[in-house]
Design a protein around this ligand. Structure first.
Ligand code: SP5
Ligand code: ZN
Length: 342
């Protein structure tokens, strides 16, 4: 299987993340992706290709202009005010506050365009986020030229990023950008299966009103876990999109036998939809020893997961999302991909 990778992810290298009431070293480290790359090379999974440059157009097909503009300028605006410290929002246009006014001050903009304070913007954030989108776009282009399956080794991840909202370590929604590019190039239907531990709130939001994308997500119950405010079972799509969104909120501690049953239901929905292309938002934070998550999949289970997804039997684009147990995530990602190809 081909992998697409860009070293520019190294430019997202924050010193701190606000988590569990403390400023701690970030959970989303450059080491994550380096560990996956090393494993891919060690087992000779296949060629590793660099990302091509696609410019802003495919990004602007998914994200609002003003949001992209904000991301491009956030660091320099912040530095003018506070110097070279990492930028974090401090307040938000929550219930009872106005959402129709975009503040001019950088503090106000940070709150307006984000949904958490755990996603630092640094000097290199835009460069890394843009490269990550280019990784996904390069991978989708390889699919269009006849590859059956390609792995986009994206970082920063993307599935929490909505049209004009960043958070959850995500700035640009790589899976959504690649999906839209496939549709723009003639695909009629794209299926997105999101197996990251966290709900893909951004991806759901982007395609919620559409029937040319089926979104299926398995994730921790939002009553208990991040991102909390989306991912319930009764979110089924709206307007033309009604019936094209499926959420499977799962309990903490879930093991493979139960997880596999729910995954099978999601896979059956996907087979029934029969997409031209399957995009998998691949997070391996479902691992039993993941530092920020509470599912209980084992290293071997990822082989079974990959094998099960092969039953959908469609051209498949894998997009890296979360997974924070370093170095084990290297084994987990390659197990999924090996299980799929076997
Ligand atoms: C892409 C992705 O997986 N983003 C996840 C972002 C989660 N950020 C909030 C984490 C809060 C973790 N609290 C866990 C308590 C155990 N220490
Ligand atoms: Zn996650």
């Amino acid at each position: 299987m081909l992998t697409v990778y860009s070293p520019d992810h190294l430019y997202q290298n924050a010193q701190f993340e606000l988590i569990d009431g403390q400023l701690l070293p970030p959970v989303d480290t450059p080491k994550r992706v380096e560990a996956v790359l090393e494993k891919i090379e060690a087992i000779k999974l296949g060629e590793v290709l660099p990302a091509q440059e696609f410019g802003l157009d495919p990004i602007l097909r998914v994200h609002e202009d003003s949001f992209v503009n904000f991301l491009q300028n956030a660091w320099s605006d912040w530095v003018k005010e506070y110097g070279e410290k990492e930028a974090l929002p401090l307040n938000w246009p929550a219930r009872t506050l106005r959402q129709d006014k975009i503040p001019e001050a950088i503090d106000g903009k940070l709150g307006y365009y984000s949904f958490d304070a755990g996603t630092p913007i640094t000097a290199g954030t835009w460069r890394a986020a843009k490269a990550s989108a280019n990784v996904a776009l390069t991978a989708q282009q390889l699919l269009k030229t006849g590859e059956k399956t390609v792995f986009a080794l994206c970082r920063p991840p993307g599935h929490h990023a909505a049209k004009s909202l960043y958070g959850g370590y995500c700035f640009l929604n790589n899976a959504a950008i690649a999906t839209q590019a496939l549709l723009d190039a003639g695909a009629q239907r794209v299926g997105i299966l999101d197996v990251d531990y966290h709900h893909g709130n951004g991806t759901q939001d982007i395609f919620y009103h559409r029937n040319d994308v089926l979104f299926v997500s398995l994730h921790a119950d939002p009553r208990l876990d991040y991102p909390f405010y989306l991912g319930y079972e009764d979110e089924t799509g709206i307007g033309q999109g009604e019936g094209f969104n499926f959420n499977y909120p799962l309990p903490w501690g879930i093991r493979w036998p139960e997880y596999c049953q729910r995954l099978k239901q999601g896979i059956d929905l996907m087979i029934n939809y029969s997409p031209d292309v399957l995009v998998v938002s691949l997070g391996v934070d479902t691992y039993e020893h993941d530092p920020i998550a509470k599912f209980a999949l084992t290293t071997e289970d990822y082989l079974s997961l990959g094998k099960m997804l092969a039953s959908i039997n469609k051209p498949t684009l894998w997009v890296m999302e979360g997974g924070y147990a370093v170095p084990e995530i290297g084994n987990h990602i390659t197990n999924v991909l090996i299980g799929f190809e076997d």
